[in-house]
Write a protein that binds this ligand. Structure first.
Ligand SMILES: Nc1ncnc2c1ncn2[C@@H]1O[C@H](COP(=O)(O)OP(=O)(O)OP(=O)(O)O)[C@@H](O)[C@H]1O
Ligand SMILES: [Mg+2]
Length: 422
């Protein structure tokens, strides 16, 4: 088989997110496999060692078995990424990543002759420092020795999104669980113009937990997974927050939020607090409305600015302002083109209004279009990726398919295939 054909058959995408790891080969088609990006470090047990199942770190579905074990979860359960970045000396986080890579590649390893390893395309945050690239390549190199990897390459997540949409001039807004990256692309990301927010789906979770506490469900508010489900089922994105709240006051039944947790007897009813459903979506786009102040005063953490190397992740900047400040760091000539193609991706843009509330709630595309208009950008064209949480993975696959096999990795250009020694 020609090498180019081989490569196309065995392209493999990896997207490491703050909450979920999306992975798998081209043969999966439209959707990757998804597992939580976390690892559990079990206590070393004699019994386990005797039985030969002693493992340093456990990832994937097996983690669930340890969650109820009564051991101290906070020190043993590690979510390796914060804002898409892992500290250089954060050994445990790196071990989780290595284990996830190894396990996920192994899951799809074909049996039989002729397999020489995958062509792996892994995507990293647009602001990932160089040592993250080096570390990923070194792990992939180790896996090449085990026959799992043939060659590999790394690309920034926003570029993967642009590629999935086959766009060469656009601005990508990638909003996942941990953070939001806004990156203008003109063939490659314009690095000096990337603006990042320290806000993602986790801030909407925090808001949801607060509402659950206020409604009398304090116990449930402590369970991250339940909170996330409630957010995704009951959270609403208002077109205009003030109008939505006054609508809710006059139409209590129409906005009443009720959710039955599947497989349990628990039925959550937000009752008179149902108007607060609109806060869940709003905080993602704009946490500056005065109504949030009372929550911050009562102890809900306020999204804060954080610095990582040269990058500041802004806590409170609204979504439209973030896009504008990124575009305005680019040459004026390019700016209309960028506003003409604003691509939204990432699970944090999945808001969908129930049909009965269409006049008051909306999807992410509509919301941003309104917000940009209010700030004087009339002609923005905002596009929402289909199944936005998978766009980065799809982009990895499209990129790997197209990148010629004999185009070698260069640290100057930061592109190409690194061919590993076997
Ligand atoms: N229907 C929905 N409504 C609201 N939020 C949703 C919905 N579906 C998924 N999400 C949120 O999207 C987030 C996960 O998105 P995604 O998989 O893109 O993030 P990630 O890649 O893990 O994180 P990051 O890219 O920030 O590192 C979670 O916060 C999840 O709750
Ligand atoms: Mg992501």
């Amino acid at each position: 088989m020609f090498e180019e054909d081989y490569k196309r058959r065995f392209v493999y995408g990896c997207d490491f997110g703050t909450s979920d790891y999306k992975y798998g080969p081209i043969s999966l088609g439209e959707r990757p496999r998804v597992v939580e990006n976390r690892g559990y470090f079990p206590e070393k047990s004699m019994v386990a060692e005797v039985l030969g199942v002693s493992r340093d770190v456990v990832v994937g579905a097996d983690v669930t078995y340890f969650l109820g074990s009564g051991q101290d979860l906070s020190s043993r359960l590690v979510y390796p990424m914060r804002d898409g970045i892992i500290g250089v000396g954060d050994d445990r986080s790196w071990r989780v990543i290595r284990e996830l890579l190894l396990k996920s590649l192994g899951e799809f390893k074909p049996s039989g002759f002729g397999f020489k390893g995958f062509y792996v395309v892994a995507s990293l945050s647009a602001v990932a420092p160089l040592y993250m690239y080096e570390r990923f390549f070194s792990y992939l190199g180790e896996m090449a020795e085990e026959g799992l990897v043939h060659s590999s390459t790394l690309i920034p997540q926003p570029l993967a999104v642009a590629i999935a949409h086959k766009q060469t001039s656009c601005i990508v807004v990638e909003s996942g669980h941990g953070n939001t990256q806004v990156a203008p692309i003109s063939r490659a990301p314009i690095r000096g113009a990337v603006v990042a927010l320290n806000r993602g789906g986790s801030e909407a979770n925090t808001m949801t937990a607060e509402i659950l506490k206020d409604t009398g469900y304090s116990d449930l508010a402590r369970e991250e997974r339940v909170v996330r489900q409630v957010k995704e089922r009951l959270g609403l994105l208002p077109i205009d927050l003030d109008k939505a709240i006054s609508f809710a006051r006059g139409n209590k039944e129409a906005v009443r939020g009720v959710y039955h947790i599947e497989g349990t007897r628990i039925k959550i009813d937000l009752g008179d607090h149902s108007w607060a459903r609109f806060l869940i979506g709003e905080i993602v786009f704009n946490p500056n409305h005065e109504i949030f102040q009372s929550y911050f005063k009562r102890g809900m953490p306020r999204p804060s600015d954080i610095r990582f190397g040269d990058t500041i992740f802004y806590g409170m900047m609204d979504m439209a302002e973030t896009i504008i400040s990124s575009v305005e760091r680019c040459p004026v000539e390019l700016q209309p083109l960028l506003y003409g193609q604003v691509i939204l991706s990432g699970g944090n843009f999945c808001w969908a209004p129930p049909p009965s509330l269409r006049t008051i709630a909306c999807d992410s595309q509509t919301k941003l279009q309104f917000m940009l208009k209010e700030k004087g950008i009339e002609n923005a064209r905002v596009v929402l990726s289909p199944e936005p949480q998978f766009t980065v993975w799809r982009g990895c696959i499209v990129y790997g398919y197209a990148l010629p096999q004999n185009y070698e990795w260069s640290w100057e250009r930061m592109e190409g295939w690194l061919h590993h020694k076997h």
